[in-house]
Ligand binder design. Sequence first.
Ligand code: ZN
Length: 247
Amino acid sequence: MTESPFVRDLLARYTIWQPIEDVGLLPGEILLSFDDGPNQVADTTSRLLDALKTENVPAAFCVCGKCVREAPHLVRRMQAEGHLLVNHGNQHLPLTLFSEAALQQEIQGCDAALAGAVQDPGFCASAFRPACGWWTPAVKTIVDRLNRRVLPITDFGNDTSITRHNYATWVDRTRRAAQRDRGGIFVLHDRRLRFWGESHYDVTNPDTSAYRGWVPEAISTLIRQCRSDGFIFLDPATWIERLATAR
Ligand SMILES: [Zn+2]
């Protein structure tokens, strides 16, 4: 981050961006997270899982309840292949982040979808990532009440505006952020949910940023480049355990 201390303070207070020293990573560690999926268009999420398997990298999948119900088999595969399932709300509605009751429903709705997908009625995601990355007073209250962790990020990669034509810019930016901070928690969207005009854009048009079919190639490239820089990829389950022990 190159912003002023004032802007950094605002970001840390009201968004999931947190400075690298506050996110529970050791120098040289990277944690990868994928938001808004699963996504069956262009087999994006299944090819992403293939890529992570090839590279032997466990990641955090911040999935949305309504998308989980569309593709529960992909959620079962995430779990079976050692990835962390993170609750990203049921409907991905940012305004619910301002109401404790509505937010609690959002989280519990996504948990119910996850429990159905993994066929475990008692399933409860240990981490939550709020829609749009907003960290409101209601998020703080409900996350504490439900005993969850918020999964932060250390760099806003702005990948939702990236297309298959320019994803190398996202890879370069993220690699530079890792070098600058000696690691990081990064986000890439394997699906792109919006809270308005969802029906007015074409997720299958490969020339728009709504199309995410390039994500598997981008992440393979980033992983190889960061490994050549000496980074290791932290298992999100280890991250959760480390934070629980530090409590
Ligand atoms: Zn999201």
